[in-house]
Design a protein around this ligand. Structure first.
Ligand SMILES: Nc1ncnc2c1ncn2[C@@H]1O[C@H](COP(=O)(O)OP(=O)(O)OP(=O)(O)O)[C@@H](O)[C@H]1O
Length: 258
């Protein structure tokens, strides 16, 4: 429920369509403080659309979105900026600015939202770099000089730039090898534990869901058709959920000791 301190994000009766194409309808979702919520669904079901609608980047036709207990449509401009500052985003493919160094990329949200001396921004950027497991000497590299895993980490550092309460991660482990993906999952869990972050993670990565997600929300036919811990997904008899969580690949992951 909105207004409940334990709920960071509350989505109610959301409807989003493009022309005649209804992507989301009557969609409800709550994200709890300090949890890692894994958000899954077949390709093209609207996971990115929902994330973009929550972030105010895609218009919705109906419904309400409350963040930190505040309906974002009722928030004034200053309040909205305050809410935006408490949300970090890692877009699919990292989306770093290629003409900026890693440190400059991390400083982008600082420049946008807060006025700080350059030297302090640089120092803060280095702290963020270290938080995500990069080294200070990576600060002056350009994105083209980074590996895929380093790009994800740099993008995460940028998402953490303003010490947000919640981060939205769109397929953070896609394109990483299994070891890099597992290390990234570990990093996310560590940041949640140390910073009390709430994590909203769109993913296709079963390993992530099995190892770090506290709850999983499943999108199907425009709505959240199931939401709960992995144990509930493993008992769910919906055809897609069953084949996803109890299919061959899932059985292999469960059988492999971590
Ligand atoms: N700006 C837009 N205009 C028109 N249609 C759009 C727009 N954005 C998304 N869509 C459509 O909405 C549907 C859902 O897209 P979305 O990218 O949210 O899927 P997804 O669940 O994130 O898929 P994937 O797992 O493959 O990334 C798709 O049919 C897509 O073509």
């Amino acid at each position: 429920m909105a207004g409940n301190d334990n709920i960071v994000l509350s989505v109610r009766d959301i409807h989003v369509q493009f022309g005649d194409h209804v992507v989301l309808h009557d969609l409800d979702l709550d994200v709890r403080r300090g949890e890692i919520l894994g958000f899954v669904g077949a390709s093209g079901t609207g996971k990115s659309v929902l994330m973009r609608a929550i972030l105010g980047l895609t218009p919705k036709q109906e419904g309400s979105i409350s963040i930190f207990g505040r309906d974002i449509e009722k928030a004034g401009e200053d309040e909205r900026i305050g809410i935006d500052m408490r949300m970090g985003v890692l877009f699919q493919h990292g989306a770093l600015f290629s003409a900026l160094t890693v440190a400059e990329n991390i400083e982008v949200p600082m420049r946008e939202y807060v006025r700080l001396p350059s030297k302090l921004m640089r120092e803060l950027a280095i702290v963020k770099l270290e938080m995500v497991g990069l080294r200070p000497r990576d600060a002056d590299k350009y994105p083209s000089e980074l590996s895929g895993g380093m790009i994800k980490r740099a993008a995460l550092a940028r998402a953490l730039s303003l010490d947000p309460d919640i981060v939205f991660l769109d397929e953070p482990t896609s394109g990483l090898d299994p070891i890099g993906a597992a290390e990234f999952d570990e990093l996310i869990a560590k940041l949640r534990d140390t910073m009390g972050l709430t994590v909203y993670m769109v993913t296709h990565d079963l390993d992530s869901l099995f190892t770090v997600a506290d709850r999983i929300a499943v999108l199907g036919e425009g709505r959240v058709i199931a939401c709960g811990p992995l144990s509930e997904m493993l008992k769910n008899d919906d055809a897609w959920i069953k084949s996803y969580f109890r299919g061959k690949r899932a059985r292999h992951i469960q059988a492999t000791p971590s």
